[in-house]
Ligand binder design. Structure first.
Ligand SMILES: *Cc1c(COP(=O)(O)O)cnc(C)c1O
Length: 695
């Protein structure tokens, strides 16, 4: 069994194309009465078909869609502005020498996300007549890049949207990027908050406290009991009163990937006994009025609204109890977790969420209000720390396919004098029908195993083994065609689709640009950004250009499910004079990648940061707001402590020596050194001309 599966993998490289159901020059016995494709009416593929297939409306609304030209469009201002043709945009950027892969960031999408979140809270507050306000903060860890934090602060200003820091470096970003209030009002209602989370040392707390003098409104959220004593001491030394919060370890389980963020064993937060200890310490220091905020965070990408309801119920009760114990409770911070619908199914599947922003907001507001009204304590200012829901949609990763392995060798001729195993295989190929395809599959598997044994014992030559494999793949393909038309596919045939899939070689590194896809099996919507008026006849998986076998994507969004192959178009070749045919660029987009992917990406194989283009809409169309060039090879070599000058110097010496020994000509030496020197200044990814079709 094991040997067989290895064999199948090796054979992926040599498998026939999937599209045609009839082999050239062959008339199959028994095919006429069985072939369902002969009956099915040939219908032209439309963009609606692509829309359904890639589910773009589900995950992309209101930002991404498909236009009549069959290209993906982006509407950064949602329903309030124009749409850009993504394919034309990428073509234009290529003409400006901006190489692929590249990350497009649409700052208008960021603005729209902030508007939506704040509008939802405004609506909820009005609907429930909630007697207080909402003060959201953006968790910097979600995407720390300067242009993004700058945009967020700018777009957040009308809403007094603040920032959340989870570490000292992030605190330093927040302090310098938020505009302090010169004459803060006593209750500082109209001021963005600065939520200070994460583990803290003396400097962290000191810096945060001193920032109050600048006119910032930092709230120090206690994550560990020891931080209370530290905060008390530093506050006394500086003579500055802190605003403190406590992070609760809820018993509500977050479920899914981040379920471990809660519960007694969670890494962060105070248990109820610890909270009581903290209150005791603050009371003793006569600082209980500093305790103003309760914080919790039950994990990211909460798929089910019931988990949010449950957490809100528990947190609201803790809030009320803290107030009763003498805390000066004015803020409830519900953390992150607001999900993104990556597969567009609107379900509690892990790549989705079964609620919208308004449902989330309503549940937050009503739970707090119910608890506070019942306990007759004032309703708090509401804070949320939504990162994923704000930052994901703004970024689109664009990469090109440099090659595929969808070769299509003709079905070999089998003669009467050929080995019986070949004749058996061919006979099976000829007689596959809808009535016997499962049995036929078992037969060809058996024949293939036999063919390999015969080869190993020396009874089959290399050419015969090749023939056997070719017929085997042709059989599999024919069986797959039948399977695809069945409502139910027997378990043992389920792998057929995967085993017959083409490999599309993608000019990118999963480790650099989609680390969560590799590390935690996260699903991102992926689709071609053009040719969407054309049927994607191939089924493929994506392999990146790192030399790591994990550098691949073979899990794709589906309705409440994961599919193991993606429908793609065959690469098209352009004939060239005096040169081998060139591959027509084929661009894929990976969407909703604006949260977490950039900073967690790594330099595996020394593929560096990619080019980033910030696009902003204006009344005439769009403008490139910023271009952040990706790493050059010299830069990534520098990260691992190589000095490009030293490397070049070594190369020069070796060339001199080789020329002296007459192993190398002057021209060869020049060419090598020129290439070496030029490469140092180049992008770490492949250039477009390197596209080669492997057939
Ligand atoms: C990561 C994190 C967030 C952001 O979570 P999202 O699910 O991206 O909204 C918010 N608060 C804290 C404390 C976090 O650690």
């Amino acid at each position: 069994m094991e040997g067989q599966s290895i064999e199948l993998e090796l054979n992926i490289m040599a498998m026939p194309e999937l599209t045609d159901s009839t082999e050239p020059g062959q008339t199959a016995v028994g095919e006429t009465d069985a072939a369902p494709q002969a009956i099915a009416e040939v219908r032209r593929w439309t963009i609606d078909d692509s829309e359904n297939l890639y589910r773009i409306t589900g995950w992309g609304e209101p930002y991404f869609s498909i236009n009549a030209a069959g290209h993906v469009t982006v509407s950064p201002q949602a329903d309030h502005g124009g749409a850009l043709d993504l394919y034309e945009l990428v073509k234009g950027l290529r003409q400006r020498n901006i190489g692929l892969p590249l990350l497009l960031r649409f700052s208008d999408i960021l603005a729209d996300r902030i508007n939506r979140l704040n509008a939802a809270f405004a609506r909820g507050i009005a609907r429930y007549r909630y007697p207080n306000t909402y003060r959201g903060v953006y968790p910097i860890k979600c995407n720390q890049h300067r242009h993004i934090v700058e945009s967020l602060v700018r777009y957040g200003t009308p809403y007094n949207f603040g920032l959340e820091a989870g570490s000292k470096p992030e605190l330093m970003i927040a302090l310098a990027m938020l505009q302090p209030q010169e004459n803060p009002e006593p209750d500082q209602q109209n001021q963005p908050l600065l939520i200070c989370n994460g583990y803290k040392d003396r400097e962290y707390i000191e810096t945060a406290l001193l920032a109050r003098r600048l006119g910032h409104r930092p709230i120090i959220v206690v994550e560990q009991v020891a931080e209370v004593a530290l905060a008390i001491e530093i506050s006394r030394n500086l003579g500055i009163k802190p605003i403190l919060g406590v992070r609760a370890k809820l018993s509500t389980q977050g479920m899914g990937r981040w379920g471990i963020s809660t519960g007694d064993r969670a890494k962060f937060g105070l248990t109820i006994p610890e909270m009581l200890t903290a209150i005791g310490q603050l009371r003793q220091a006569d600082m209980l009025d500093s305790l103003q905020l309760l914080h919790f965070h039950i994990g990211s990408q909460i798929s089910s609204i019931s988990v949010i309801k449950e957490a809100m119920t528990e947190a609201s009760q803790i809030f009320v109890q803290l107030a009763k114990l003498g805390g000066n409770m004015r803020y409830l911070d519900v953390g992150g977790g607001l999900g993104v619908d990556y597969d567009g199914s609107k379900t509690n599947f892990y790549a989705s969420k079964n609620y919208n922003i308004q449902n989330y907001v309503n549940d937050v507001i009503s739970a707090v209000q119910d608890a506070c009204v019942a306990a007759e304590i004032p309703c708090p200012v509401l804070i949320s720390e939504s990162g994923r829901a704000i930052a994901s949609h703004q970024s689109v990763l664009i990469f090109d396919i440099v090659a595929t392995n969808d070769i299509n060798p003709p079905l070999p001729k089998v003669k009467a004098k050929d080995h019986a195993i070949l004749r058996n295989l061919m006979e099976t190929w000829e007689t596959i029908t809808v009535d016997n395809y499962q049995e036929a599959y078992h037969d060809v598997e058996q024949f293939k195993t036999e063919a390999i044994s015969l080869f190993n014992f020396g009874y089959l030559g290399l050419k015969e083994r090749a023939k056997a494999e070719e017929i085997y793949w042709a059989c599999c393909r024919k069986i797959l065609q039948i399977c695809r038309q069945q409502e139910y596919v027997p378990d043992d045939l389920e792998n057929l689709e995967v085993n017959l899939a083409s490999i599309y070689y993608a000019n990118m590194s999963v480790f650099q640009s989609a680390p969560d896809s590799w590390a935690i099996d996260q699903l991102f919507p992926i689709m071609p950004i053009h040719r969407l008026d054309e049927e994607p006849t191939q089924r493929g998986i994506l392999a990146d250009i790192t030399c790591d076998s994990d550098g691949k994507i073979d899990r794709f969004i589906d309705l409440r499910d994961v599919k193991s192959v993606l429908e793609l178009h065959p690469l098209m070749e352009i004939e060239q004079e005096d040169a081998p045919p060139r591959v027509e660029p084929y661009y894929l987009g990976m969407f909703l990648v604006g949260a977490y992917q950039e900073i967690m990406g790594n330099l595996h194989n020394l593929f560096g940061d990619i080019n980033v283009v910030h696009i902003q809409m204006n009344p005439k169309g769009y403008q490139i707001e910023h271009l952040v060039r990706g790493d050059t090879i010299a830069e990534v070599l520098g990260y691992v402590q190589y000095d490009p000058e030293d490397l070049l110097e070594n190369m020069r010496r070796y060339c001199e020596q080789a020329m002296e020994d007459k192993r190398m000509s002057l021209e060869e030496s020049q060419l090598l050194l020129e290439n070496y020197e030029r490469s140092l200044l180049q992008y770490t990814y492949l250039k477009p001309t390197s596209g080669i079709h492997t057939s």
